[in-house]
Design a protein around this ligand. Structure first.
Ligand SMILES: [Zn+2]
Ligand SMILES: [Zn+2]
Ligand SMILES: [Zn+2]
Length: 108
């Protein structure tokens, strides 16, 4: 593990603040287009909820490519980790993971 990189973006994310857009009950784009998802991710920069890479539309990754927001979190289920797309580093968020506002419908 000594060659493992560290993430240099942690100071850019709202680690202590609940992102604003998590009241959307699922992936915004999938809901608009009637798509389905497997798991959800939340962007720790702007709070956008998107679907994971196991989902057909991979909106969380597309959000990164579009916005360059580097860090997302496992949101549904609440996996309590963050992932930096730039550094490709996984890190622990069990002390400040994003709470869900309510139950999120599952579309698997
Ligand atoms: Zn990083
Ligand atoms: Zn989606
Ligand atoms: Zn974002």
């Amino acid at each position: 593990m000594s060659s493992q990189q560290t993430c240099t973006h942690l100071d850019q994310v709202q680690i202590d603040e609940v992102p604003a857009r998590t009241e959307v009950p699922g992936c915004e784009e999938c809901l608009q287009m009637g798509g389905r998802w497997v798991h959800l991710r939340v962007c720790r920069t702007c709070g956008k909820v998107g679907c994971c890479d196991s989902s057909p539309n991979r909106h969380a990754t597309k959000h990164f490519h579009k916005t360059k927001h580097p860090i997302m979190e496992g949101y549904d289920p609440q996996e309590k980790w963050g992932w930096c797309y730039v550094d490709e580093v996984l890190f622990d968020l069990s002390d400040n993971f994003t709470p869900q506002k309510g139950p999120i419908p599952r579309y698997v």
